[in-house]
Design a protein around this ligand. Structure first.
Ligand code: 0R9
Length: 680
């Protein structure tokens, strides 16, 4: 979605009229708030402003508000943020909802009246699209949600929203409903401290999927925000059940160093110290008046190696995750490989014919790159790639110097790291040989593929699907039940390799994985090419039990590690087979959850002598049943797997597949929370 599509700028005259035309951009207040347009467009096309009107979009409302508090903290005026999930006010029993309250201890939003409009400054922030300091040239507002559209969008999409400001020793409140002022800002008491409280209830007219906030999603995001901003203390509370109040408070004095430490938990570390830099780089640009000005970029990097084979690199710009990387990540990787290579060469650590690539230096690495930029440009498919080219050189220089210093001062650590990278280099060469073997198509390989894969007749990938089916027996039923025009079936026997624990070379030796790669057609790793995908729907179909769940997660791990582009393109799905069949005479229903079974027993089958069959596996269904319940596009439920937050997904995989057994067991019995439900 292009930013330009969303911004509907008012004319210069309108801005001048409404703002009093005061260009003093660094002094926020009523005068220089840019008023751009009414809120109707937001209610007309909410997805344009918050990405979606599903669960993800709903939670964006929270981020938009907390981001403003984070800005206030980064400006040096606030240190505490509290996010509370409150119980429903029960005004619409048909639409159960939760309410969010965000509190900060900053200066309090300005309440002074605009000289022309005679309305309070905060009112413009909440009732005019794109009002606020974020868009003022020169204003160093660093925080920002995915779409950065602010408080007015939250207000537009809330059934009601209240802002309370503690300022000048007094308390003020203004209330809005669906974006419109319903009670003007009024003074109603005194306060011995300053701050802002925003409380809102999402509007059921706007969010049809759910109005219930997820504590875990908010907790996780706030924890990350606390790691990235060591000045902050953030409390998250779930007050919905008075019997079970949940509360977490986060404050990380060590900031991203503690983050790296946390991500390395449970891993064997190669060195004790975390390599760290915190510096300011600057570049020149022209401001809105065409005058060249110097801009500062804060650069923070922390990293540490462990003995694993995976790399965990998370990058952020102004506290926003940049899943697709960009120039800050590039600068980091460039400096990393250059400095390590230079050190190894200078200290004669390479034997004859040995060399290392950039990819080798990433193995077993945990790194956080966090920059604060006054004017970030986001690009890429999901607008999560940093596009400012000047950042590459700044990070390269800042981190390169820090790493060079560290290696020079810690020769024992340096040697351990270089040894690890050389091992990675040897494994890479072995993997290349294995990959070449996978690619080499002998007539025997083709025979093996065709004996397992029941391909579809359609050759148009956008219309073709492949079902990866657990077990030969279910695979057989799926082959008989499918629509062979566009549905291909690949049965997978046994547990697919646990790819987290092994290196690429070993994973590729696995027969099931080789067949799957050949069938999908994109290649893997660096050679991955999404345009070669033979199917645009890759559906994992496993039993609705713990083993099935496990196989599903193993497959997702594989895709995440080696064919991530398939997830990013939205090609990976999980099928949902029924758990039960309930029957009375000719009346029959397939049931997909325990709750639905109980409901049907009470409502549709009450008083009847019904029969309930529990499906322990897909293999218990015949071809027709499998088609009806899990493969027929008219009735099936597919869940699209997406990397809404690569970090969460990666940590989940790590937890599931890593060395710690217990959390994995617990998790497998619950649902994978990197998947978002959609009906297809
Ligand atoms: C609970 C959520 N908090 C906020 O939304 C929040 C916004 C905000 C803020 C300022 C201080 N605290 C805040 N909390 C602020 C005050 C002043 C100047 N800049 C920022 C000041 O006192 O001069 N504001 C964010 C935007 C604006 N205020 C403004 F545009 F209205 F100025």
């Amino acid at each position: 979605m292009e930013k330009e599509e969303k911004v509907m700028e008012a004319s210069k005259e309108e801005i001048a009229e409404l703002t009093g035309n005061n260009p003093d951009a660094n002094n926020y207040g009523a005068k220089n708030i840019r008023i751009l347009k009414g809120l109707e467009p937001v209610r007309e096309r909410p997805g344009m402003y918050i990405g979606s009107t599903g669960k993800t979009g709903l939670h964006h409302l929270v981020w938009e508000i907390t981001d403003n508090s984070v800005d206030e903290a980064l400006a040096g005026y606030a240190s505490h943020i509290k996010v509370e999930i409150l119980p429903d006010d029960n005004t619409n029993p048909d639409h159960p909802a939760s309410i969010i309250r965000v509190t900060d201890d900053g200066r309090g939003m300005p309440i002074d009246l605009h000289p022309e409009t005679k309305r309070p400054a905060l009112e413009a922030i909440f009732s005019v699209l794109h009002a606020g300091g974020k868009f003022d040239d020169g204003a160093y507002k660093v925080s920002g949600g995915l779409h950065g559209v602010g408080a007015s969008v939250v207000n537009a999409l809330s059934e009601w929203l209240e802002v309370t400001v503690m300022r000048n020793g007094k308390l003020y409140t203004e209330r809005f409903e669906r974006g419109a002022v319903v009670s003007d800002l009024y003074e109603h008491g005194t306060s011995d401290h300053t701050g802002t409280i925003v409380t809102f209830k999402p509007d059921y007219e706007m969010f049809h999927e759910t109005l219930i906030f997820d504590y875990e999603t908010i907790r996780e995001r706030m924890q990350k925000t606390a790691y990235l901003n060591s000045v902050l203390t953030i409390t998250v509370e779930d007050l919905r059940d008075p019997e079970n109040i949940i509360s977490n408070t986060y404050h990380y004095e060590g900031g991203i160093k503690e983050y790296v430490q946390f991500l390395g938990t449970g891993k064997t570390l190669l060195h004790n110290d975390i390599i760290y830099t915190n510096s300011i780089g600057s570049y020149k640009e022209l401001n809105s008046n065409g005058v060249e000005v110097k801009r500062d970029v804060i650069i923070e990097v922390a990293m540490q190696y462990n003995t694993s084979y995976n790399s965990t690199i998370y990058s952020f710009v102004n506290n926003v995750t940049t899943n697709e990387g960009g120039h800050h990540e590039e600068g980091f990787k460039l400096a990393l490989s250059r400095e390590l290579k230079k050190y190894a060469e200078n200290n004669k650590l390479f034997k004859k014919d040995e060399d290392i690539t950039r990819e080798d230096t990433l193995e077993g690495l945990v790194a956080i790159i966090s920059i604060k930029h006054p004017n970030p440009e986001f690009e890429g498919q999901t607008k999560s790639k940093l596009g400012n080219p000047e950042v590459r050189g700044l990070v390269n220089k800042a981190f390169g110097e820090a790493l060079e210093r560290y290696l020079g001062e810690h020769p024992a650590d340096a040697k351990t790291i270089i040894d690890k990278i050389l091992a990675a280099s040897r494994a890479r060469k072995a993997a290349q040989a294995a990959r070449d073997a996978t690619r080499r198509k002998s007539p025997l390989d083709n025979l093996m593929l065709s004996s397992k894969l029941a391909d579809c007749r359609c050759k148009d990938p956008s219309k073709s699907e492949i079902y990866l089916v657990e077990g030969d027996s279910a695979g057989g039923s799926a082959k008989s039940g499918r629509n062979s025009n566009y549905q291909a079936i690949l049965p997978l026997r046994g547990k697919v390799l646990n790819v987290q624990k092994v290196q690429l070379a070993r994973a590729l030796e696995n027969q099931e994985i080789q067949t799957m790669i050949r069938a999908i057609g994109t290649g893997i790793g660096e050679e991955f090419d999404i345009t070669k995908a033979r199917y645009h729907k890759i559906v994992i179909m496993t039993d609705a039990d713990v083993d099935g769940e496990h196989i599903c997660i193993l497959l997702l791990t594989f895709f995440y590690r080696f064919m991530r582009g398939l997830i990013e393109a939205g090609y990976i799905y999980v099928a949902k087979p029924p758990l039960y069949r309930i029957q009375f005479g000719k009346q029959m229903d397939y049931v997909y959850s325990d709750e639905d079974l109980e409901r049907l027993k009470k409502e549709k089958y009450s008083g009847k002598k019904y029969d309930v069959q529990r499906y322990k596996g897909l293999g218990e269904m015949d071809a027709i049943q499998l088609w009806d319940t899990t493969m027929d596009p008219r009735y099936r439920t597919l869940t699209r797997v997406h990397l809404e937050d690569a970090q969460v997904a990666d940590m989940t995989f790590e937890m599931l597949m890593g060395e710690e057994v217990e959390p994995r067991k617990v998790f497998i019995q619950e649902n994978a929370h990197f998947a978002d439900n959609i009906d297809v």
